[in-house]
Design a protein around this ligand. Structure first.
Ligand SMILES: [Zn+2]
Length: 218
């Protein structure tokens, strides 16, 4: 597993056992060529020695094509718009939204990775606030496409930084990758943790440590 590029970012492994909530369906399927996807699935079934005309597989290509359209429905969307509505409140201390569940798809194996995201930001005197549920929408938007966890983490942090202009942003994502649990090293339960720090959380290690303590203190 590759390390994230930025100095404040890190990856380590830990064990955890957590149930992920089901996410709402996203109907945006317009970018997928269904017929072509169906043909590709049929082709794949034949390539692995299966008979796509046998009873149990007759509807599989169509089902799999619809599944990919749903799972990757964020491919051509820009989730940053979820943060476009901001407001001022009398508060200049940290806001932390913890344990946002998500499902994404690893672009190296096209297998799912599931986990939780934690987003902290420090608005400061000039910073803007966003609705708490918008942070979950942001994570979902960037999850519904072929991804790597490191990039997902950075994209969420960069969106927060550019849309809200806070003093600092820290995003921590913990996920279990199917490509590590069902194939390859086959280590179920292994979690990959990535962080992306911006602003004060990148430059001030004690500020960062304080937020990490909140995220990990459960
Ligand atoms: Zn993978």
């Amino acid at each position: 597993m590759a390390l994230a590029a930025e100095p404040a970012d890190s990856v380590w492994a830990m064990s955890a056992d957590k149930t992920i909530e089901a996410e709402p369906m996203n109907p945006a399927e317009r970018t997928v060529d269904h017929d072509r996807a169906e043909r590709a699935v049929r082709e794949l079934l034949e390539a692995i020695g299966e008979d796509p005309s046998r009873d149990g597989l007759l509807e599989t290509p169509g089902r799999v094509a619809r599944m990919w359209a749903e799972v990757l429905s964020g491919t051509n969307n820009d989730p940053d718009h979820h943060l476009s509505k901001t407001f001022d409140i009398e508060h200049d201390e940290m806001v932390l939204v913890r344990d946002i569940p998500f499902t994404s798809v690893c672009e190296h194996h096209m297998l799912p990775f599931n986990g939780t995201a934690h987003i902290a930001y420090l608005p400061g005197s000039t910073g803007r606030f966003t609705g708490l549920s918008k942070l979950a929408r942001l994570v979902e938007g960037y999850s519904r496409r072929l991804q790597v966890q490191e990039r997902l983490t950075s994209q969420v942090a960069d969106a927060m930084q550019s849309m809200l202009e806070p003093v600092g942003v820290l995003v921590v994502i913990e996920a279990e990758h199917s490509c590590m649990s069902i194939r390859g090293v086959r280590k179920p339960g292994t979690k990959t943790v990535t962080t992306a720090a911006r602003g004060i959380y990148r430059t001030d290690s004690s500020a960062r440590a304080e937020v990490m303590a909140f995220i990990q203190g459960r």
